[in-house]
Design a protein around this ligand. Structure first.
Ligand SMILES: Nc1ncnc2c1ncn2[C@@H]1O[C@H](COP(=O)(O)OP(=O)(O)O)[C@@H](O)[C@H]1O
Ligand SMILES: [Mg+2]
Length: 237
């Protein structure tokens, strides 16, 4: 596999005729932690979906871990927490079951989980502070607790690429620093982390770069530049 975790070159994408992404280039290596910022509707979630293989570019190339993001052998190394997922279901699925399902891509759906897998499930649940609620049904939890279960599901397989779409949205302020530290640990262990956020301050201590989507293109900016552009002249929408 390639040393580079993410390789985007000339990526163009639109849902209709109008391009949302228009010439996105990006290369990221192992252990790099990036925040992805940009106004509402600038294409942040779209960019992550291209990296997970849920969407395909109209032009340009998207390579992940040296291969195609739609390849199952690549996908099982990618952890994805979609934006604002809510369990609008009355299926009695527990936190433990949801998190364990995060191992399915690497185990194969029908393989039994072994003791080591269950240890990982427990660790991921502890890492997001849901240890006391692991047996609860997801739909009985608050939105912030559900969000933490979704994060644990993305973390449980120790993926080499972590794509997190507004991972702390809805989560109590006091719980956020521990989650941010956990993400940094994952990067220190070699994972490439991309976290979409409207508030790069939250990740200031841990991220190497801030990427901003503006007019369909990706810009790399410093923390100071971010403040100058978005805080002094109005926060992104
Ligand atoms: N499934 C879809 N079909 C059509 N348009 C979409 C779809 N998803 C998103 N869009 C549009 O694409 C643009 C970018 O969306 P998105 O990537 O969700 O932005 P962000 O995450 O930065 O807020 C927005 O104008 C949005 O309305
Ligand atoms: Mg979004």
């Amino acid at each position: 596999m390639s040393e580079l975790t993410v390789e985007l070159a000339g990526v163009r994408f639109g849902y209709g005729a109008a391009p949302i992404l228009d010439g996105v280039d990006l290369t990221l290596g192992a252990g790099e932690f990036s925040v992805l910022a940009g106004a509402n509707g600038s294409g942040k979630s779209t960019l992550l979906k291209l990296l997970v293989g849920l969407l395909r570019p109209n032009a340009g190339t998207v390579r992940v871990l040296g291969g195609s993001p739609t390849d199952p052998d690549i996908r099982r190394h990618v952890g994805y927490a979609p934006q604002g997922l809510r369990m609008a279901t009355s299926l009695p699925v527990s936190v433990t079951e949801v998190v364990a399902a995060g191992l399915a891509p690497s185990k194969g759906m029908l393989r039994r989980l072994d003791r080591k897998d269950w240890t990982r499930v427990t660790e991921a649940i502890e890492a997001v502070g849901l240890g006391d609620l692991s047996a609860e049904c997801l739909f009985e939890l608050s939105g912030g607790q559900q969000q933490r279960a979704i994060l644990a599901r993305a973390l449980v397989g120790h993926p080499r690429l972590l794509l997190l779409d507004e991972p702390t949205t809805g989560i109590d302020q006091r719980l956020r620093p521990a989650l941010v530290r956990e993400l940094r640990h994952r990067a220190d262990d070699g994972a490439t982390v991309i976290a979409v956020s409207h508030d790069p301050d939250e990740f200031h201590e841990v991220c190497e770069r801030i990427l901003v989507l503006v007019d369909g293109r990706l810009q790399r900016i410093t923390h100071e530049e971010f403040h100058h552009q978005f805080h002094e002249h109005g926060a992104p929408g």
